[in-house]
Ligand binder design. Structure first.
Ligand SMILES: Cc1cc2nc3c(=O)[nH]c(=O)nc-3n(C[C@H](O)[C@H](O)[C@H](O)COP(=O)(O)OP(=O)(O)OC[C@H]3O[C@@H](n4cnc5c(N)ncnc54)[C@H](O)[C@@H]3O)c2cc1C
Length: 240
């Protein structure tokens, strides 16, 4: 069930994540884990339960850097060679260094990776230097497990809202988005006050007024609703 309430046309949050495929739910989870007090909104134009590239599941993790099978140095070299040297090695190495922790975290979430008789990850050698392919015989567990975590962390899910325009603050930074509810065509403004509060550039109320009201009423391509729920906070809808 969607968390956004019918008729609500403005949502205020601390962190707004657009796209609920694979990266989006993980980003929302990480933000919430970093600070559980944050109101995190996940905006998805379809339904987070089955949206994105891996909606039907995936066959395996093709770039798993697991101790005993490959090192971050080896993986970075392999990727560099495979791309004829056209690669930014620093983020590749950082990914490779953190990969095993992420796989273990996903394993704890209930995402099923192939394991051998000893219960260890069962990697297969496909590449030249190292062994990086971790089969996933039940790839359909990925989205279900991510969705369970999102609900557990009480992240507000906004299914069927498509972001159509990013809202920018006076300093040019992105501070929110206008979204259209795809079945009803109603508009919603989601503004992330966090940046304002952090940087102290504008008081939160003024920021909301600037980016929310002006954009909603000034540039709306279709009729938008009045802000019936002014003052209500997104967290109340998710957990109230
Ligand atoms: C058929 C297929 C098989 C694959 N198999 C494997 C595999 O076996 N192993 C592997 O490692 N990788 C595999 N991949 C690649 C991997 O799945 C992707 O790289 C990864 O899932 C991408 O995740 P993402 O979150 O970046 O993007 P996506 O999963 O595409 O998520 C983006 C989300 O944003 C939403 N969205 C887009 N625009 C808006 C908007 N304006 N407003 C609101 N929401 C919006 C979309 O609906 C979508 O849910 C496969 C990809 C495909 C297509």
């Amino acid at each position: 069930m969607d968390d956004f309430v019918e008729g609500l046309s403005e949502v205020t949050c601390d962190v707004l994540v657009i796209g609920g495929g694979t990266a989006g739910p993980m980003a929302a989870l990480k933000a919430k884990q970093k600070n559980p007090a944050l109101n995190v909104v996940l905006l998805e134009k379809a339904n987070v339960k089955r949206s994105g590239a891996i909606c039907m599941g995936m066959d395996g993790l093709n770039n798993a850097v697991v101790p005993g099978y490959a090192t971050p140095e080896q993986y970075t070299k392999e990727i560099t060679i495979a791309n004829d040297g056209i690669v930014d090695q620093a983020p590749v190495f950082k990914y490779a260094s953190r990969c095993y922790d992420i796989i273990q975290e996903l394993d704890r979430f209930g995402i099923r990776f192939q394991k051998n008789a000893n219960g260890d990850f069962d990697l297969k050698k496909v590449h030249h230097l190292g062994t990086y392919v971790l089969p996933m015989p039940n790839g359909d567990t990925v989205k279900k497990a991510l969705y369970r975590q999102i609900r557990r962390e009480r992240i507000l899910v906004s299914n069927r809202f498509m972001a159509t325009r990013l809202l920018t603050a006076s300093d040019g930074r992105i501070a929110g988005a206008i979204a259209v509810n795809t079945p009803s065509r109603n508009l919603c403004a989601a503004d992330a006050e966090w940046r304002y509060r952090q940087e102290g550039a504008l008081p939160a109320d003024q920021a909301r007024k600037d980016i929310g009201l002006q954009s909603l009423h000034g540039n709306a391509p279709v009729d938008c609703q009045r802000r019936q729920d002014r003052g209500r906070h997104c967290g109340e809808h998710a957990h109230g």
